[in-house]
Every structure is written in structure tokens, then in C-alpha cells.
Design a binder for this molecule. Structure first.
Ligand SMILES: [Zn+2]
Length: 361
């Protein structure tokens, strides 16, 4: 089946994704605690405006405003009966922008975590999680997405069940996890395990993930380190996925009671090139990344030829310090325990890292 996403992956060296949804909607008037998905019906023109700004900045891939669109997340806003309506609308908004664009634009249906913890650690059954993700995936498909995009996941079991549910649509599926805790996700998944999961899914379902990687987290340098570590693990496992990197725009800081992201367009341009050198082929930004940052990244990647992967020294000098866990992984220890000593709190001070589950991305 001809699919725009698969075709562009074959034709292009890099695909530029978009920037943040949540933080940009906050600057358009979304209040903390509001469900961004409700805006697909209440203020669709605002979602379309942001999407168009990313297209104008050079994004090839646009994510839909449906990160919290499972029934579990929508229940927190008494909107669990509106899964189909809100996800379908999210897809339609971006579909219309893509159809009106002169360039090829991939519409990617964002699927974030349920916010629940799977059994046996938590109470969410695999069956219920599967049903919830499938409901969301089908609504996004009906709304016209080209690819399903599972993001900001911490638990490999949740990534797996979301993937299995998304794959039932027959659409390409991408998954990315948030490596925000000393070179691992909050649930302890390492870059090597993330790659291992992709290889397993490909074997089990006979449809390997179209791409996998990392998003959000604690700054651009950790994301570049994670991509280097994924690439190393992928080479070892002879599984060669397209790697995705959507880094936050620097490190979040509280300034006058507000979350501010420190990254400049220049920093994000440096990140875009370094993460390309590390092996990523789909490159974008997460929290804090505005269309202005994406425009700088588009310039940086225009006709760019990847160099050797950056050294630890280059990485820290240009993009900032990295955690001891990620350092141990860069040093060749891809194990779960690698670098865990003394490093567990290295970057856990961030709001993103400390929160149980993100509500936007
Ligand atoms: Zn984010």
C-alpha cells in the first residue's frame, strides 16, 4: 500500500518533525489542567494556526493534538465518551492543512500514555489498555492520519500494547519513549531495551515499527546521547530502525512561577545536526520548541551531510551536561544497571521528570 510516510522515508535523508503541542497551546491561552484535546472542537482554528506555523517553518511531519486522547486520560475531564469525536477532529485539522499544502506533509496521529500503570505493578489490565489504544487509533485513522505516533511512553509493556493496538489499523506505527531518568525512562527502560522491544515487535507481528526513538525528556544533550546508544544497540542486534529524536527545547526552569525552556533557536540548530550525526533520521522538538526553533532546525538540516557521531566532550560542550547513566552507556555499558550509582538524581529535579505522567507534549 502506498503510504506517504513510508515513501518519504525512502526518498529523503531526513524528515523534519514539528515542535511542541502543549507548551505552544499554553501561550495561546490553554490553562494548566485543561485538556488540550477539547480545543479540537472548541478552538480548532488555534490548533490549525499552530500547525500551519510548523508547516511554514519547514516541518514535514505534523503531530495531531491527541496526546491525551485515550479514554483513560479523557476521563479526567469527564470526556471519556468523546474519544472518537476528539481524535477524529484532531486528525481532520491536520489532514486539511496537509491537503492544502504544496509540500508533502505527513499527518501523524499522536498517542500518549494512558496515565495508568499496567498490571501487575498497577491496576490497568492489558486487555483494557489494548481496547483504549485501539479505540483512539481507529478514530485517528478515520480522521485521515498517515501514521500512528505513540510518544512519551515510560513503560515498555505500555509501549508494546499501544503498538499492538495501533498496528491493527494497518497504518505505519512509530513509538518513542521519554528517557528522562539517568539515561532511562522513569520505569527504567534503557535505549538498548527500547531497541530490543522494536526487534521483538517486528518478529511477533511481522510488521516492524516504521521508526522508534525518544522524545521529551531532559534536554537536547540527553536525547543525542540516547540516540547514540540506540544506534549502538541496534547495530549489535542487527535491527536497523529509523531513529526518531524529538528533544525538549533545553531544560525546563521555573521563572516567576512559570515553566520556561532555555533553548535558543541556535541551540536547537546545533542539536538537529548533532542528532543527525548520532544517527537519527526523523528530527523534531518537544516541549518548549516553537515554530521559530523549527525554522532554525530546517536551515541546519538543509542539504546537511551527517558527520561522525559526536564525542562525549563535544556533546557536553555544545549542548550541556549528561547524566552518569547515559555516560556509562556511551562508554559501552548498555545494561540496565550501567551508571546507576550516584546518578539517579542527576536530572530528576525537572518538573517533567518528577511528574507521574505528562498531560501534554
Ligand atoms: Zn515534551
Amino acid at each position: 500500500m502506498d503510504n506517504l510516510f513510508n515513501r518519504l522515508l525512502k526518498e529523503r535523508t531526513y524528515l523534519l518533525a514539528d515542535g511542541a503541542m502543549g507548551t505552544n497551546l499554553f501561550s495561546m491561552g490553554l490553562e494548566t489542567g485543561d485538556a488540550p484535546e477539547l480545543w479540537n472542537i472548541d478552538y480548532p482554528e488555534r490548533i490549525a494556526t499552530l500547525g500551519q506555523q510548523f508547516i511554514d517553518a519547514g516541518s514535514d511531519i505534523l503531530l495531531t493534538n491527541s496526546f491525551g486522547g485515550t479514554s483513560y486520560r479523557l476521563k479526567l475531564h469527564n470526556a471519556e465518551a468523546r474519544v472518537h469525536e476528539l481524535n477524529h477532529a484532531a486528525a481532520q485539522i491536520v489532514r486539511q492543512l496537509a491537503d492544502a499544502s504544496e509540500r508533502d506533509i505527513v499527518v501523524a496521529g499522536s498517542m500518549g500514555p494512558t496515565g495508568e500503570i499496567l498490571e501487575p505493578t498497577g491496576t490497568l489490565s492489558r486487555e483494557n489498555a489494548f481496547t483504549a489504544f485501539k479505540e483512539q487509533a481507529e478514530a485517528l485513522q478515520a480522521g485521515g492520519v498517515d501514521v500512528l505516533w505513540i510518544e512519551t511512553i515510560s513503560d515498555s509493556q505500555e509501549a508494546k500494547v499501544a503498538y499492538q493496538a495501533a498496528a491493527t489499523t494497518g497504518l505505519p506505527v512509530v513509538y518513542t519513549m521519554s528517557i528522562d531518568t539517568n539515561g532511562r525512562t522513569m520505569m527504567g527502560v534503557t535505549p538498548a531495551e527500547l531497541i530490543q522491544l522494536g526487534a521483538e515487535l517486528g518478529t511477533e507481528l511481522e510488521t516492524a515499527p516504521s521508526a522508534c526513538g525518544t522524545n521529551c525528556g531532559v534536554g537536547a544533550s540527553e536525547v543525542v546521547a540516547a540516540i547514540i546508544n540506540m544506534k549502538t544497540a541496534a547495530d549489535e542486534q542487527q535491527f536497523d530502525p529509523v531513529l526518531v529524536a524529538k528533544a525538549n527545547c533545553g531544560i525546563p526552569e521555573y521563572v516567576d512561577g512559570k515553566i520556561v525552556y532555555s533553548g535558543t533557536p541556535e541551540l536547537m540548530a546545533e542539536y538537529a545536526r548533532m542528532v543527525a550525526d548520532a544517527g537519527a533520521r526523523i528530527i523534531g522538538g518537544c516541549c518548549g520548541t516553537t515554530p521559530m526553533h523549527i525554522a532554525a532546525m530546517a536551515d541546519a538540516l538543509q542539504d546537511y551531510q551527517a558527520r561522525d557521531k559526536p564525542s562525549l566532550e563535544q556533546l557536553e560542550r555544545v549542548l550541556g551536561k549528561i547524566s552518569t547513566g547515559a555516560k556509562a552507556q556511551l562508554g559501552g555499558d548498555l545494561s540496565v544497571a550501567g551508571g546507576a550509582l550516584n546518578g539517579g538524581k542527576a536530572r530528576r529535579g525537572s518538573r517533567r521528570g518528577a511528574r507521574k505522567t505528562p498531560s501534554t507534549d
